[in-house]
Write a protein that binds this ligand. Structure first.
Ligand code: NVA
Length: 296
């Protein structure tokens, strides 16, 4: 077992500003090495196990490829392949896997499962998305904004749509990096209140602001970055019809985009549904940076 202090990545607030800066610096270095075909294997002999209770394209493939590129190995498991799917406890699973691998990544329906796993693991646990947060996505998003805007601090980042897991983590990421964050979300679908309070507390220290409004136009006004995500997250399929009605006025389309700054960029964590949360002309248009975002 490792003698280093155990550090998990379960919520975006688990990262300090210094750690985030270090992550950006490492990302730049690793991207440069990879793109110039320079072999760089700091994770040689290290193994990551990835357990996904729900579907994944980007998170699964990027982590698996990332482990290969850095000289390590990734194992993909779904609960139906494991004893956890037959009643073994999360705690026993965490304790056993900690004896085999160096890092555990878990995509859970419920944040409590992510916490239970981390509490019982003696190796770091990474949250690969749950109902509360999607912290890995946001580290990639912030990196993308830096690459296109050259900075984070002082920018206005607007999220429009469902105040879901992605929105919660994005709000914390904005607070930590001194961006002014506005969520334009309908009543009943606004970001988690405890995380909103936490984000406001962090933002105050970084002289930035966190606002939640109902009007998507007000939210989009003068934004440097516009962001959206699906209206129906995994596990909410039963609510699809109701959600599509509620979120209809929250689509990022050229009308909404025209309210943002002339040089604004558009992000979407994907999977995207053209004609729903974002119009095809915007996601496939020149202000969209969604594929750079997916790469990061
Ligand atoms: N909010 C979405 C994100 C997918 C990457 C979901 O949880 O399904």
């Amino acid at each position: 077992m490792s003698s280093k202090p155990l550090k998990h990545f379960l919520q975006f607030k688990d990262l300090s500003r210094d750690e985030l800066e270090y992550l950006f610096e490492r990302t730049r270095l690793i991207k440069k090495k990879f793109k110039s075909y320079e072999k760089y294997w700091p994770l040689e002999d290290r193994t990551l196990v990835m357990i996904f209770e729900k579907a994944s394209t980007r998170t699964r493939v990027s982590f698996e490829v990332g482990m290969t590129q850095l000289g390590g190995h990734a194992i993909f498991l779904s609960p139906k392949d494991m004893q956890i799917g037959r009643g073994e406890t999360v705690a026993d699973t965490a304790k056993v896997l900690s004896r085999y691998v160096d890092v555990i990544m878990y995509r859970a329906f419920k944040h409590e499962i992510t916490l239970d796993l981390a509490q019982n693991s003696s190796v770091p646990v990474i949250n690969a998305l749950d109902d509360l947060e999607h912290p890995c996505q946001i580290s990639a998003d912030l990196q993308t904004i830096i690459e296109h805007k050259g900075k984070l601090e002082g920018l206005k980042l607007t999220y429009v749509g469902d105040g879901n897991n992605v929105c919660n983590s994005l709000m914390l990421g904005a607070a930590l990096t001194g961006m002014d964050f506005v969520a334009g979300c309908p009543k009943g679908y606004q970001p988690n209140p405890d995380l909103t309070n936490k984000a406001r507390e962090i933002a105050r220290k970084n002289r930035s602001t966190i606002s939640i409004v109902e009007d998507p136009k007000l939210a989009a006004k003068d934004a440097d970055v516009l962001y959206t995500d699906v209206w129906v997250s995994m596990g909410e399929e039963d609510e699809a019809a109701q959600r599509e009605r509620v979120f209809k006025p929250y689509q990022i389309n050229s009308d909404l985009l025209s309210l943002s700054r002339d040089d604004s960029i558009v992000l979407h964590c994907m999977p995207a549904h053209r004609g729903m949360e974002i119009s095809a002309e915007v996601i496939d248009g020149e202000r969209s940076v969604v594929f750079d975002e997916a790469e990061n």
